[in-house]
Design a protein around this ligand. Structure first.
Ligand code: FMN
Length: 353
């Protein structure tokens, strides 16, 4: 199993609640997370990209460090860990991103991949006049497929000619090429998103409740098989590890009690506009009612694995064995001590699956 860190480059990490640390994102913090993750033998770090936060009393995600510039700096202070910046496809032409990745590939000596974000949240893009119109909700993966095909052509050949509704490139040259393959990851959860992953990506990040994980993994593996491909699957969780199960539950319940209702209602209002159904937007609405382990909205709908180290080890092994996932991606209420504890008290004791 591979393990990764969902870097806290947006304010407050991934918990819209005043019951958990409320902070502004800084390079210093993200650097410490990446260095600690590398020291503990984790496999990769991923930074997200949000162009507009959800406000509320905690200012949830109102600040967000730009993903590529952050990863370039992290590349320079690490040696081994994998690096995944996120690109919001609507904000950058693929020829620019092809070059940004080639640069990061060079800085990191071949450690970078790319997380593809198609954009379900109109407000992030309309504020910059970058929202293509309501058709984008349903055409976003069509655009993503073309985008990836252009990136791959540029990376493989250094040139691309392309003409479509979305992009026009006229014998466009992008050099240097990256030295190796660039793994593409995407966290599309809707049927259209999963089909895109099966056809064009190397890995999927899954955000789903425990009860739906097994079916979700089977669906993506089946879709990929039909395309003659295979896709690695990584599930996203919050980790709350304390000396006892009771203490972990107490901390998680406090986070739910202090949930930032203003931020959560803004998230749901944005998600409700999305007409591409069956994906994250629907899951976020469902998470208003879900319990902590399935993924409550105080945890952004992300399922929580919580308890003593022994309990957490058991749950991680069970999830892996039941679902056949290839890895996990974690967030913590307090990242640096959380990563350290995971590396020292959990990771070495997870059995080989
Ligand atoms: C691990 C992970 C990372 C993600 N990173 C971003 C991101 O950086 N920016 C963003 O707008 N959405 C991000 N998302 C959301 C997804 O990219 C995707 O748009 C969302 O899950 C909606 O899926 P759907 O379009 O298939 O409905 C992320 C989701 C997960 C689980």
């Amino acid at each position: 199993m591979k393990f990764g860190v969902f870097l806290p480059n947006g304010s407050n990490g991934y918990i819209p609640s005043a019951g958990s640390p409320v902070y502004l994102p800084t390079f210093e913090h993200n650097k410490h997370c990446a260095i600690e993750a590398e020291k503990q033998g984790l496999d990769f770090v991923l930074s997200m990209m949000k162009h507009k936060g959800f406000g509320g009393e905690t200012g949830y995600w109102d600040s967000c460090l730009e993903s590529f510039t952050l990863m370039a700096a992290i590349a320079a202070v690490t040696k081994e860990i994998g690096l995944f910046p996120s690109i919001s496809l609507l904000t950058q032409h693929p020829a620019i991103v092809a070059r940004m990745i080639a640069t990061l590939d060079d800085i990191s000596a071949g450690r970078c991949g790319l997380n593809v974000v198609t954009g379900w949240n109109r407000a992030e893009y309309s504020q910059m006049d970058m929202w293509p119109g309501e058709s984008h909700y349903e055409r976003r993966y069509e655009l993503a497929s073309e985008y990836i095909s252009i990136l791959k052509t540029l990376w493989n050949t250094g040139r691309c000619t392309h003409k479509s509704d979305f992009f026009k490139l006229d014998d466009c040259s992008v050099l240097p090429q990256p030295k190796g393959e660039i793994p593409i990851v995407c966290a599309g959860q809707s049927p259209l998103g999963r089909q895109f992953v099966a056809e064009s990506a190397d890995h999927q990040f899954v955000l789903t409740s425990k009860s739906k994980l097994v079916a979700g993994v089977k669906d993506i593996k089946d879709r990929a098989k039909k395309c003659g491909r295979s896709v690695g699957i990584y599930a996203l969780y919050h980790l709350i590890v304390e000396d006892s199960d009771d203490e972990a539950v107490r901390i998680a319940e406090h986070i739910v009690q202090r949930a930032d209702k203003g931020a959560i209602s803004n998230i749901i209002a944005s998600a409700s506009l999305d007409t591409n159904t069956g994906g994250t937007s629907g899951q976020l609405k469902a998470a208003l009612e879900q319990n902590i382990e399935e993924g409550n909205m105080a945890f952004m709908g992300i399922p929580v694995i919580l308890g003593s180290p022994q309990t957490v080890i058991k749950h991680i092994q069970e999830i892996r064995d039941d679902s056949g996932i290839d890895g996990m991606l974690f967030s913590w209420p307090d990242f640096v001590p959380g990563i350290r504890r995971f590396g020292q008290e959990i990771k070495p004791f997870i059995s080989n699956g």
